[in-house]
Write a protein that binds this ligand. Structure first.
Ligand code: HEC
Ligand code: HEC
Length: 391
C-alpha cells in the first residue's frame, strides 16, 4: 500500500514538475523514498535499496499459519541494528557476530566470542523459527527463548543479550545513546516511526524484533513435499507419514525413523516442537542447570529448550554446550549413547532405562539424509537478511 501511494505521489509530483517546468530540459532530480540527500548520506555507510525490501512472508499450508505481514520499514531499521557493532561496549560485536547468515544465523563454534574476547556460556541458537515458536507457544501464554526458556519475547531476549557482559555489555540507555548519535539512522527512523525524534529503548527493541521475526526457514524440500500431500489428500489422514514422491528412498526411510524416534519432541512437521523443554540424556551430571537456572525447580534441572531442526546440517556444533561436532555424533548419541539422567525424558526411555535405538550405519545415513531435507535454500543467501554495512 505504502509503495503504491508513493508511486502515485511521485507521478503527481513529476506531473506538476513537468507542467511548471514546461519546455525546460529534463530536470536532474531523482526522488527517492528516503529523500535524495538523506539517501546519499545513508549510502556512505550502508547499502540498502532505495525502496525497502518486502519482509512479509507466507508459510506452507501444512503449518496452518497463514501469511504474516511485516512492517518493512521497521524490519529495515532492525536489519541495520542487527549488524551494527556500535551496539556493543567495545564496538567489536553485533548480533550477527554470533548469528551468521551463511550458517542459518548460528555460530560455528561451541561458545561464541563476545566483547573483549569473552566467551558465551552456551552455544548460539540458530534464528529462523523465532516467530514460528512465538505463534505456537503464544497460545500457552508464554514464548520461551534461550536454552533455558528464560526470555518471553525477542524484545526480552535482545535486552538480555545486549546487557549480557559476555555478549554485548550495553545497558539499554547506552544502546539508545549510541543509536541516536549516529546520523545514518535518522532517515530510517523517520520512515519506521514517522517522526524525526530520537528512538526510545522500546522502539529499538521492536525494530530488532521485527527483523528477527521476519527470518523464516520454510523454503525446504520437506515443506514442498508435505504441501504436495496436502494438495492431494487435504487435511485428512497422516500426510507426513506417507511416502513423499519427491524424496529418495533414503530420505523416506530417514523420515520414518524420525517420526518414530524424534518427532515426539522435535515435531512431526518439524515446524513446531510440541514440547518446550526436555532432558535428552547427554550426561549423567550436567554443570548447566538449564531451565532450572531460570525456574529454580528441581524437576527442571538440566532440561533444555527443544531446538528446531530446520537448517540443522548447517548449524554445528550441536547442543547447548556444542559438545557434538557433527550430525553423525548426534545420531550416535541417540542410537546408543543416551545417559540415564534423573530428568531424562520418558520419550527416550524403555521402562526405566535409556532407550537404545541401535540404528544401523545405513539408518544413520538415512536419518541424516532426511534432516538435510529441512535445509532452507533461500534464507542463507537472501540479500534482505544480509549485512548492509559498506565494507
Ligand atoms: C556473543 C554472541 C552473541 C551475540 C552478540 C548475540 N547472540 Fe543471540 N544468542 C547467543 C547465544 C549463546 C544464545 C543462547 C543463549 C542461552 O540460551 O542462554 C543466543 C540466543 C538468541 C536467541 C534465542 C533463540 C531461541 O530460539 O531461543 C535469539 C532470538 C537471539 N539470540 C537473537 C540475538 C539478537 C537479536 C542479538 C543482537 C541484539 C543477539 N542475539 C546477539 C549468542 C549471541
Ligand atoms: C525427549 C525429547 C527429544 C527426543 C525424543 C529427541 N530429541 Fe533431539 N533434542 C532434544 C533436546 C531437549 C535438545 C537440546 C538438548 C541440549 O542442548 O541439552 C535436542 C537437541 C537435538 C539436536 C541439536 C540441535 C542444536 O541446535 O544443537 C539435534 C540435531 C537433535 N536433537 C536431533 C534429534 C534426533 C535426530 C532425534 C531422534 C533420533 C531426536 N533429536 C530425539 C530433545 C529430544
Amino acid at each position: 500500500m505504502k509503495k503504491f501511494n508513493f508511486f502515485i505521489a511521485s507521478i503527481l509530483f513529476s506531473g506538476m514538475f513537468l507542467i511548471s517546468s514546461c519546455g525546460d530540459n529534463e530536470p536532474d532530480v531523482t526522488i527517492t523514498y528516503y529523500g535524495e540527500k538523506e539517501y546519499k548520506e545513508l549510502s556512505k555507510h550502508i547499502n540498502i535499496p532505495e525502496f525497502p525490501y518486502d519482509y512479509s512472508f507466507s508459510l506452507p499450508k501444512h503449518t496452518f499459519l497463514t501469511s504474516t505481514p511485516m512492517n518493512d520499514d521497521l524490519a529495515t531499521l532492525g536489519r541495520v541494528l542487527f549488524y551494527d557493532k556500535n551496539l556493543s561496549k567495545d564496538k567489536t560485536i553485533s548480533c550477527a557476530s554470533c548469528h551468521k547468515q551463511e550458517i542459518a544465523f548460528s555460530d560455528d563454534v561451541a561458545f561464541s566470542e563476545g566483547v573483549q574476547n569473552r566467551a558465551t556460556a552456551r552455544n548460539s541458537i540458530a534464528l529462523g523459527s523465532v516467530l514460528n515458536f512465538a505463534a505456537y507457544y503464544g497460545n500457552f501464554g508464554g514464548v520461551p527463548f534461550f536454552w533455558d526458556n528464560r526470555a518471553t519475547s525477542v524484545q526480552d531476549q535482545s535486552r538480555a543479550t545486549l546487557g549480557n557482559p559476555r555478549e554485548m555489555d550495553m545497558q539499554m540507555h547506552e544502546v539508545a545513546d549510541a543509536v541516536n548519535g549516529l546520523d545514518y539512522y535518522k532517515p530510517l527512523i523517520k520512515q519506521a516511526y514517522k517522526g524525526s525524534g530520537d528512538l526510545s529503548e522500546t522502539q529499538i527493541l521492536n525494530a530488532i524484533g521485527e527483523f528477527v521475526n521476519s527470518i523464516t526457514n520454510y523454503n525446504t524440500k520437506f515443506d514442498r513435499e508435505l504441501d504436495k500431500q496436502w494438495q492431494t489428500y487435504g487435511s485428512s489422514g497422516n500426510n507426513v507419514a506417507r511416502e513423499f514422491s519427491g524424496f529418495s528412498a533414503s530420505e523416506n526411510n530417514g523420515k520414518k525413523l524420525y517420526l518414530q524416534h524424534c518427532a515426539n519432541c522435535h515435531g512431526s512437521n518439524s515446524a513446531r516442537p510440541p514440547v518446550m523443554k526436555a532432558n535428552n540424556g547427554l550426561m549423567m551430571q550436567y554443570d548447566d542447570l538449564g531451565v532450572a537456572s531460570n525456574t529454580g525447580q528441581s524437576q527442571d534441572e538440566s532440561m533444555f529448550k527443544v531446538p528446531t531442526l530446520r537448517n540443522i546440517s548447517r548449524t554445528a556444533p550441536y547442543m547447548h554446550n556444542g559438545m557434538f561436532k557433527t550430525l553423525k555424533d548426534v545420531i550416535n548419541h541417540y542410537s546408543e549413547g543416551i545417559k540415564n539422567h534423573k530428568n531424562l525424558s520418558s520419550d527416550l526411555k524403555t521402562d526405566s532405562y535409556p532407550k537404545i535405538m541401535n540404528f544401523s550405519e545405513t539408518e544413520k545415513e538415512d536419518l541424516i539424509a532426511f534432516l538435510k531435507t529441512l535445509n532452507d535454500e533461500k534464507v542463507i543467501n537472501d540479500p534482505k537478511f544480509s549485512d548492509p554495512f559498506q565494507k
